[in-house]
Design a protein around this ligand. Structure first.
Ligand code: ZN
Length: 431
């Protein structure tokens, strides 16, 4: 049966960030209704951030719709300015909608322990045997491959790639606004209407009219603030450390032949590090949290303790850590081991870093496409040359190292042991 290209009536989703998300294409509507896409409703956008900012419980489904909507609006403003074919327009919208489709439950912690990259799963879902693939193939046999290439940034048309991944793109604009909205913080806000109005296609990329520079500046600053205030929040990172330790312990027990009170069927392929697309799609945060709840009553004292810590939000405390202080970490691990607390699960250094904006540095590891302004004279200028605010943070990578440990456990130790550990950590915690 032939599927009509346009819906008989436009569909709208009410959205707290963009007010409405408009869907006119049958293709987009069908993709949203595919089970692989609906699964994103059961995966939180911000992982463990809800344990710090309780409003941050929004899903990847929400965010994906938002990125699609921004892309749809960009294409609208480009109309008459650049000739994109209908297939190219669909390509932009599909890539925007599906760019995060391969995310799994608690993505970052889960991927680290089970050693895979969600980007590989995004590609597998788009090009493999899925409902999403069947829907995309209606456009053409090679269409799913093109969508995967745009998301992987290897597609030949760099303008299309930059709309979804560059230093200012539909993905970032949506997550900054959305994450700020749901966490309730003020820093993530910027004037997206104005940015979209001054955005122009130019050769193989995008430029911004100089008159809109302050809106772009504001976007860069909100990005900077959101990273340090929300995404890298030390309590969120503590929850991630504990979560990683839960997965690590469960995996280790499984590999050692431990018999779980309830056999973790959906997780077993991951513990074996041999999983299929079907195994991956069967997972969501509900499944993971169900087993976490079971593990609270497990016989293994470490798994039981870690699962309870995560569910009851009894997280690790942290101290600032100098990454060159190898002696301190060795000494600390020894003190923990002597006190009968396994340092493999209860001491962890977590590091993070961010580069808020960078101009083009050819040949560097992470080459970044700079944000270009079109001056009233018609000349082009790179943003940090015109904006003093952006110049002040350009190319400056900021690092942060923290050492995480369970202070409550240390406090239960005999006084001299507790004191020795606190001294080693440089904290005064009243043993
Ligand atoms: Zn995204």
């Amino acid at each position: 049966m032939h599927t009509p290209e346009l819906l008989s009536e436009e569909k709208v989703f009410k959205d707290p960030v963009h007010r409405y998300v408009h869907v006119r294409e049958t293709l987009i509507w069908d993709l949203i209704n595919a089970p692989e896409f609906q699964r994103l409703r059961r995966i939180k956008q911000l992982g463990t951030s809800y344990l710090t900012f309780h409003g941050g419980e929004h899903s990847r489904f929400n965010h994906s719709l938002g990125v699609y909507e921004i892309m749809r609006r960009i294409l609208e403003t480009f109309e008459g300015r650049i000739a994109l074919s209908r297939e190219e327009q669909l390509l932009c919208m599909c890539a925007a909608l599906l760019h995060d489709v391969g995310h799994g439950p608690f993505s970052h912690s889960f991927e680290k322990v089970f050693r895979f990259d969600h980007e590989d799963w995004t590609r597998a879902i788009i090009t493999g045997e899925t409902e999403i693939n069947r829907i995309l193939r209606r456009v053409g046999e090679g269409f799913p491959q093109k969508v995967a290439e745009v998301i992987a940034k290897t597609y030949e048309n760099k303008l299309i790639v930059s709309l979804i991944s560059s230093q200012i793109d539909a993905d970032r604009m949506d997550y900054l606004l959305r994450d700020a909205y749901y966490t309730g913080v003020n820093y993530g806000n910027f004037d997206i209407e104005r940015i979209l109005r001054v955005m122009r296609p130019h050769e193989d990329g995008i430029v911004f009219k100089f008159s809109g520079m302050h809106a772009v500046e504001d976007y860069i600053m909100s990005r900077y603030q959101m990273y340090w205030q929300v995404y890298f929040h030390p309590v969120t990172r503590s929850a991630e450390v504990v979560l990683r330790k839960v997965f690590q312990r469960a995996k280790e027990l499984y590999q050692a032949g431990y018999s779980f009170a309830i056999y973790p069927h959906p997780l077993a392929p991951f513990f074996r590090e041999q999983f299929t697309l079907a195994d991956y799609l069967a997972l969501d945060e509900g499944v993971v949290l169900y087993f976490m709840q079971q593990w609270k009553a497990e016989e293994d004292p470490i798994l039981k303790d870690l699962a309870s810590r995560f569910l009851d939000r009894n997280l690790y405390k942290y101290v600032e850590f100098n990454p060159r202080n190898f002696r301190m970490i060795a000494e600390l691990k020894e003190l923990f081991a002597k006190a009968g607390i396994d340092p493999a699960y209860y001491v962890e250094v977590d590091s993070t870093s961010d580069l808020p904006y960078d101009f083009y540095r050819p040949g560097e590891e992470e080459e970044r496409i700079p944000i270009m302004l079109r001056m009233p004279s018609g000349e082009m200028a790179e943003l940090s040359q015109k904006s003093e605010i952006v110049e002040s943070i350009s190319g400056k990578r900021r690092f942060d190292y923290k050492l995480y440990f369970p202070l409550d456990k240390v406090r239960t130790l005999p006084e001299p042991v507790c004191r020795a550990i606190c001294e080693c950590l440089g904290v005064d915690e009243g043993c």
